[in-house]
Design a protein around this ligand. Structure first.
Ligand SMILES: NC(=O)c1ccc[n+]([C@@H]2O[C@H](COP(=O)([O-])OP(=O)(O)OC[C@H]3O[C@@H](n4cnc5c(N)ncnc54)[C@H](O)[C@@H]3O)[C@@H](O)[C@H]2O)c1
Length: 348
């Protein structure tokens, strides 16, 4: 089945994806600097494999490293080649993802997300490994008049984080035209949320909570009194921002399908990955409260720089090409996300 390097493999989406590739017969190396994840996740993935009686633990390894560390990344590729098991593809999650920090620290974001990716691509090319799936983001679109965003919607990121994602997309587009046999999949995620049904893998940012879900869980657990909602006068039905939430398990499955499609068809693919349904922040709070029988007090705060009112995917392309669509709804997202949070924080 081949050996896959998963950069950022112990992070939120990476950990679910490592597990899925292992369950589907791939050997996996997770390469991660652990700046927003922890080594425990590696052992949790192994435990989940054992629970399924899958004796795959030897097929899963971890290297702590930075994608900007060319020497170490090269060594990983060479080591695997020298034992006759070369890395045949990369799923590239590693990167920084905070819109707000990217506004204050743009150089850090360009260095990690763009220079880091250039390093990775150079090393892949030197080792004749030319299959990659890259984590892009709906932030590449920015504010748009369209209700649903398809892959041809104008690209207009309105924060440095989104600009770094678009820069990497352009580099990958150039590579695919270089006729050097690259097979490239770019997935533009909308809003991943939820957790693995075991309650063992999920999202736990080490600092700077920015995604809405971990913040809602902190309030549900009474670690915080209330949640701040940024803006109440957005041009939407209830004045709060509209986003497109999709379950992290559905998102992981999109990676596997994209990768397998690339291997059999030499292609350059760009897909939106979302549910195709818009949910306002207030609607999401209500669904979370109803699902988990709790109360989430909130207060409105000023709109944040770099935010947009609405980001909802048109997912026709990925559905028609890969036969992928979401299998899990917002109820499952809220239930699994809260169940993971409770386990992680020993709340019973
Ligand atoms: N979660 C989202 O809402 C979302 C939405 C759109 C796109 N994305 C993109 O998806 C990818 C994964 O997101 P996530 O939510 O799993 O984030 P995450 O922070 O949980 O995972 C990223 C992982 O990459 C690692 N990492 C960061 N910089 C690194 C470096 N220089 N070298 C090696 N490892 C490094 C971190 O330690 C972390 O484990 C990111 O590229 C992110 O920009 C995420």
């Amino acid at each position: 089945m081949g050996k896959i390097l998963i950069t950022g493999g112990l992070g939120y989406i990476g950990s679910h994806t490592c597990l899925l590739f292992l369950e589907n017969g791939y050997e996996v190396i997770a390469y991660d600097l652990l700046i927003n994840s922890e080594l425990k996740t590696f052992y949790k993935i192994q435990a989940l494999l054992r629970e399924k009686n899958l004796d795959l633990t030897k097929k899963f390894s971890f290297v702590k490293g930075d994608i900007r560390n060319k020497k170490l990344l090269s060594e990983v590729f060479h080591r695997n080649k020298s034992i006759g098991k070369p890395i045949t593809g990369v799923i590239h999650f590693a990167g920084l993802k905070s819109v707000q920090i990217s506004i204050n620290e743009p150089l850090l974001y360009w260095d990690c997300n763009v220079n880091g990716t250039i390093n990775l691509l150079e090393i892949m090319e030197n080792n004749n490994c030319k299959n990659i799936v890259f984590s892009s983001s709906a932030t590449v679109y920015g504010e748009s008049k369209n209700n649903l965003l398809d892959e041809h919607t104008e690209l207009n990121p309105c924060n440095p984080y989104g600009s770094t994602k678009l820069a990497v997309e352009n580099i990958l587009k150039n590579l695919s035209k270089s006729k050097k046999n690259w097979r490239i999949g770019i997935l533009r995620y909308f809003n991943p949320a939820g957790a693995h049904p075991s309650g063992i893998l999920g999202e736990f940012p080490k600092s700077n909570l920015e995604n809405l879900f971990p913040k809602i869980c902190d309030v549900a657990a009474k670690k915080k009194d209330k949640i701040f909602l940024y803006g109440k006068n957005w041009p939407t039905k209830d004045g709060t921002c509209i986003r497109d939430y999709l379950h992290v398990m559905d998102l992981s499955e999109a990676h596997l399908l994209t990768y397998e499609h690339l291997i059999t068809n030499k292609e350059f693919l760009i897909f939106n990955v979302g549910s195709g349904k818009g949910t306002s922040v207030l609607e999401l709070l209500k669904i979370f409260e109803d699902t988990n029988k709790c109360n989430i007090p909130f207060e409105f705060a000023d709109e944040r720089e770099g935010d947009v009112s609405r980001l909802v995917a048109d997912t026709k392309l990925i559905t028609s090409k890969l036969n992928w669509s979401i299998k899990r709804d917002l109820f499952e997202i809220c239930k699994s996300g809260w169940s993971f949070y409770k386990k992680k924080n020993n709340i019973f």
